[in-house]
Design a binder for this molecule. Structure first.
Ligand SMILES: *Cc1c(COP(=O)(O)O)cnc(C)c1O
Length: 395
């Protein structure tokens, strides 16, 4: 059996998305800035895509700026708010300890430029406390940036409440919604969002394209200077075919969202129940307030990397920690943020199901993980010490 269970890392492009991009590579390949008809047809298509995308999140088309993906959108959102803050003498930013590195590393850079950053704790359940967030606000806070859904443990943040508090205090609110857009309903107005990042390849669109929503009145600062594309806010000839595919993928995702979420939630819970039966294991993050397809476990006494390799032998693609940090010896900053100690965090497994997942596949994953965990523990010195009582079990 071949099972792709790493949809939080990236997704397979949908047929609809692929079909939507081909005409813009083969026929309507004109530069949208050109005045002749194949350029203008590309331009019209681009604006239609902008409207379609805006409609899915309740935005105005003029509030959508196309980017090269989630990382660029995150960076531009943070830079824009920081630039505005600096002008007003406000150099304080509130965020959370388990943001994506596109946010955390951009914050590091801002710190080196004189900004002060408060990283809120995310607690054992992986959820920010709104009262703690409000208490962290200061007179000189120029931005609150908190993700909608975490990419490793899938936990959902109280975005609407956070947005309402920010609104009441007049502080701009950015959310990295890369894991949520196309999977869960988002309404930027009702959710009180000023800036939002999204990426096409997380909802069955192509890699290398995404968008930044910026509420009217929130002034963007350029990351990329050059031509006047994107109302002068993001230079560079537009990725027309990619943008067309992104819009098609998002419309398709929005149309099937409620049904997909319900089916995936049931499969997710079946997977969680099955893996919970493995002794000395624990689910990471809240059991209910999490993405429909996300399952993340720690198994004591094993190494996540070995587990991944053996799962791959069984045809299962999954991840441990986050794709971006694998290759480094440090355990995931997300698992540390929810209080997992190093040894336990090293034995983590993330399974992110796709919309086409089946019960049969979930049961195969459960059987395979059980088998492999038992096998690995069989010759793990760490497990031997735990079993003999030399070191105490944590899970
Ligand atoms: C994938 C991801 C990103 C980065 O998006 P890219 O399009 O790959 O640059 C940012 N934030 C979150 C939460 C993600 O899951």
């Amino acid at each position: 059996m071949q099972i792709y269970a790493d949809n939080a890392a990236t997704t397979r492009m949908s047929r609809t998305a692929i079909d939507a991009m081909l005409p813009y590579m083969e026929e309507i390949y004109g530069n949208p800035s050109s005045l002749y008809s194949i350029g203008q047809r590309a331009k019209e298509a681009l604006e239609q895509a902008r409207s379609d995308i805006a409609a899915v999140i309740g935005a105005d088309p003029r509030e959508i700026t196309f980017t090269s993906g989630g990382s660029e959108a995150d960076n531009q959102a943070l830079l824009s708010a920081a630039t505005l803050g600096k002008k007003q003498g406000k150099l304080h930013i509130v965020s959370s300890a388990f943001e994506h590195h596109a946010v955390l590393h951009a914050l590091k850079r801002l710190e080196s430029e004189g900004f002060e950053v408060t990283l809120l704790p995310v607690h054992e359940n992986g959820i920010v406390d709104v009262r703690e967030m409000e208490a962290a606000l200061r007179e000189d806070t120029c931005l609150v940036t908190i993700m909608t859904a975490n990419n490793e443990i899938g936990t959902l943040q109280p975005v609407r409440e956070i947005g309402a508090v920010c609104r009441a205090h007049g502080v701009p609110f950015h959310t990295d919604a890369v894991q949520a857009v196309g999977h869960l309903p988002i309404d930027v107005k009702a959710d009180n969002i000023d800036l939002l990042s999204a990426s096409a390849h997380k909802f069955h669109g192509p890699k290398g394209v995404g968008f930044l929503f910026a509420r009217r009145g929130v002034r963007l600062t350029n990351l990329i200077e050059g031509g006047a594309q994107e109302r002068g806010k993001r230079a560079g000839t537009e990725n027309v075919s990619g943008i067309m595919a992104m819009a098609a993928a998002l419309k398709e995702a929005a149309a099937g969202m409620a049904e997909n979420a319900a089916r995936m939630t049931a499969l997710r819970d079946r997977l969680i129940a099955g893996l919970s039966e493995i002794p000395h294991s624990a689910l990471n993050g809240d059991a209910v307030r999490r993405l429909p397809g996300n399952v993340n476990f720690c198994f004591e006494g094993i190494e996540g990397e070995s587990l991944l390799l053996l799962l791959d032998d069984k045809g299962i693609s999954a991840s441990s920690g986050s794709a971006c940090t694998s290759g480094s010896l440090d355990p995931s900053h997300v698992l540390l943020a929810i209080g997992r100690v190093h040894d336990v965090a090293h034995g983590s497994l993330r399974l992110s199901l796709g919309e086409d997942a089946t019960e049969e596949e979930v049961d195969y994953i459960i059987r395979s993980v059980r088998e492999i965990v038992e096998y690995l523990r069989g010759f793990s010195p760490v497990w031997r010490d735990l079993q003999s009582g030399k070191t105490p079990f944590i899970l």
